[in-house]
Design a protein. Structure first.
Length: 232
């Protein structure tokens, strides 16, 4: 009788599965808050001629903001596992705010209506892909590895096209980017769920996951906006 009781004690409990889903929902909430901050900052700056003049009228400021974004996201990626949840949250929202500053220039190139429409399209697409990544039994690691290698090629091609200014290459990278970040959204969601199942600091893991999904969302949004957005 005692042996059967011991075996029952080692059976996996449903609480663990619920805790993984709970952390995943926390991740989505952090990501949503980051996106809301980015959108708010971008909208406020776009409606401030003085702020736009500082960002657009001075290339040093604009590129300085971009390098600050890169530095902050690298710092977050390397430090988030070691710092407190409050510090990690501050870094995450700092990055979201910086992204809002640089994305404010989109309102100069595209109509507000097309930006809003593309945002809702991206939200629906991202949501469907993320749900797929969370519930599918298929291992997406192969797709994820391929997408990561393809992302490197996409970055190189985009940098080369700065000098070539090829319309054809621009459309190729746009379509490729949409597919790449669609694959990464599903893969990253599955990977995060596996990470959460292994335990660790829930707060920091949720913030690290939020940044990962935030980047997938933002890049998919930019690719879709370039494809479907109505220019001014």
């Amino acid at each position: 009788m005692d042996r059967f009781q011991d075996q029952a004690a080692f059976r996996p409990l449903p609480v663990q599965r619920e805790s993984v889903n709970d952390i995943l929902w926390v991740t989505y909430r952090w990501m949503a808050l980051g996106l809301a901050l980015t959108g708010l900052v971008a909208f406020l700056v776009a409606n401030s001629p003085a702020a736009l003049n500082v960002i657009v009228g001075n290339r040093i400021v604009f590129y300085g903001l971009m390098f600050a974004q890169l530095g902050l996201v690298v710092a977050f990626s390397t430090m988030a596992a070691r710092v407190s949840a409050a510090t990690a949250a501050l870094m995450f929202f700092g990055y979201a705010a910086l992204t809002g500053l640089t994305l404010s220039v989109l309102f100069l190139a595209f109509t507000s209506a097309s930006i809003a429409t593309t945002f809702f399209i991206t939200s629906g697409t991202f949501g469907a892909l993320s749900v797929f990544g969370a519930v599918t039994k298929r291992d997406l690691s192969g797709i994820g590895r391929f997408a990561l290698f393809a992302l490197i090629g996409l970055i190189i091609a985009s940098l080369v096209n700065i000098w070539l200014a090829s319309t054809g290459l621009m459309w190729v990278t746009t379509f490729a980017g949409i597919l790449i970040f669609a694959a990464l959204t599903a893969y990253d969601t599955q990977k995060l769920k596996a990470m959460y199942a292994q335990g660790g600091s829930a707060g920091n893991l949720a913030l690290r996951g939020a940044l990962m999904l935030y980047l997938d969302f933002i890049n998919m949004f930019l690719m879709l906006l370039n494809l479907t957005g109505r220019r001014r």
